[in-house]
Design a protein around this ligand. Structure first.
Ligand SMILES: C[S@@+](CC[C@H](N)C(=O)[O-])C[C@H]1O[C@@H](n2cnc3c(N)ncnc32)[C@H](O)[C@@H]1O
Length: 268
């Protein structure tokens, strides 16, 4: 297929990507036929997957509102994805125009799109990096320019840790990022799980191996360890639809089977 103008040169057009599959599920326009085909195959095994991904995006927006209202004015968003409705800088800067945001993604398409929408926004930027290499992120000049780790900060790890295999030591990477944060900082994490899921979810998980970032499903207790000794805020680490739902009318039929956990914690 020919490369559309929005896709950077050098990307593999014959391989689906996690960020474009997610973009398709949350209703975005930056995905290829090969991504949509994979998304539809995944959906056959896990019919609620699009609902879960939208719940993830809702949780992201909710968290950023809560954190901005709590006085947080700097965000490090890891695995930020292709910009879509309700990006972190839009939600945060609508409430506090001085809010600073650094986006990080491993996918060149996500980075190129983020660069385009952030053009002219001096308080938000994007870097191309692997979250499993936290020191390369902490040492990045753009991170140093915009973020001050001596003050409280929000670290957002939404929908990304399940793309980091055990061999890449996701727990070590998160611990490194959290140790440099000042007291009063927050971390938000969402993560895919097989808990409460039918066996077919494992078929969907295998399909994700067609991208360069296969999903690793982890259980509640393992995901909870990523928060370290930070204090989990109410309601704890719970399936996504149960994390501070805003509109009771949107309650889903089986929230305990959403296939992903989410939580927000604070460094005391
Ligand atoms: C499902 S999207 C989540 C987007 C956004 N955080 C959200 O929750 O709406 C996951 C993103 O993580 C990125 N990603 C996967 N592995 C990564 C890694 N090791 N470092 C940085 N980004 C990564 C993918 O490219 C993708 O854009």
């Amino acid at each position: 297929m020919t490369r559309p103008s929005w896709a950077p040169e050098g990307i593999d057009l014959d391989r689906p990507s996690a960020s474009r599959v997610y973009d398709y599920f949350v209703g975005g326009m930056h995905n290829f036929e090969i991504d949509r085909e994979l998304a539809q195959m995944i959906e056959k095994f896990t019919p609620n997957v699009a609902e879960t991904m939208r719940a993830n995006r809702d949780l992201l927006r909710r968290c950023v509102r809560i954190l901005t209202d709590a006085g947080i004015d700097q965000f490090l968003d890891l695995g930020s994805g292709i910009p879509t409705v309700g990006n972190v800088h839009e939600v945060a800067q609508a409430r506090n125009p001085r809010a600073r945001v650094v986006y990080v993604d491993i996918d060149p398409v996500a980075v190129a799109h983020s660069q385009a929408i952030l053009d002219g926004n001096p308080l938000a930027t994007v870097i191309h990096a692997d979250m499993a290499q936290p020191d390369s992120i902490l040492d990045d000049p753009e991170v140093k320019r915009l973020l001050d780790f001596e003050r409280p900060i929000a670290v957002l790890l939404l929908g990304v840790l399940h793309f980091v295999p055990d061999e890449a030591d996701p727990a070590g990477a998160v611990a490194r990022l959290l140790e440099v944060c000042a007291p009063g900082s927050y971390v938000a994490i969402t993560h895919a799980t097989a808990d409460g899921q039918p066996a077919e979810v494992l078929e969907a998980q295998k399909l994700s191996g067609r991208t360069s970032t296969e999903i690793v499903l982890r259980g509640h207790d393992e995901i909870a360890t990523y928060f370290g000794d930070w204090t989990l805020l109410e309601p704890g680490l719970v399936q996504l639809p149960l994390w501070r739902p805003e509109n009771p009318d949107e309650a889903v039929e089986a929230p305990e089977r959403s296939g992903a956990y989410g939580g927000l914690a604070r460094k005391d």
